[in-house]
Design a protein. Structure first.
Ligand SMILES: [Zn+2]
Ligand SMILES: [Zn+2]
Length: 115
């Protein structure tokens, strides 16, 4: 399977909301305060944005930006390395080819409301 090439309409999404959120920063400094932005969840359902730790401003995460992040997400089923991809309903996430399960990135990062 190639990166993000398949419409994963039938994939089973595993709910990892109960796990401790991970902090994913982008190396490229923010547009405003020149610090590393943090990936946050802005709505239930997995929609994510960049948040500037300096001023709290948020910005869209492009597909390219998401795919280049090395998250190291492991599959909850088989502990194998997961692949960054698009999940159903336009959510960014990770997919395990072996188990055919997905994890939404929005379930793994802190909510914007926690700041
Ligand atoms: Zn800022
Ligand atoms: Zn797996």
């Amino acid at each position: 399977m190639t990166l993000g090439s398949l419409p994963l309409n039938s994939v089973e999404i595993l709910d990892l909301k109960h796990e401790r959120p991970v902090e994913i920063h982008r190396q490229t400094p923010t547009w405003c305060c020149k610090v590393e932005p943090l990936l946050v969840r802005v709505m239930d359902g997995g929609f994510v944005k960049w948040r500037c730790p300096g001023c709290g401003d948020t910005a869209q995460v492009s597909r390219e930006q998401f795919l280049e992040l090395d998250c190291g997400q492991r599959c909850p089923r088989c502990n194998g390395q997961m692949t960054a991809t698009d999940l159903p309903y336009g959510n960014y996430g990770y997919h395990c080819d072996g188990c055919d399960v997905g994890v939404r990135i929005g379930d793994r990062v802190p909510s914007v409301d926690t700041f």
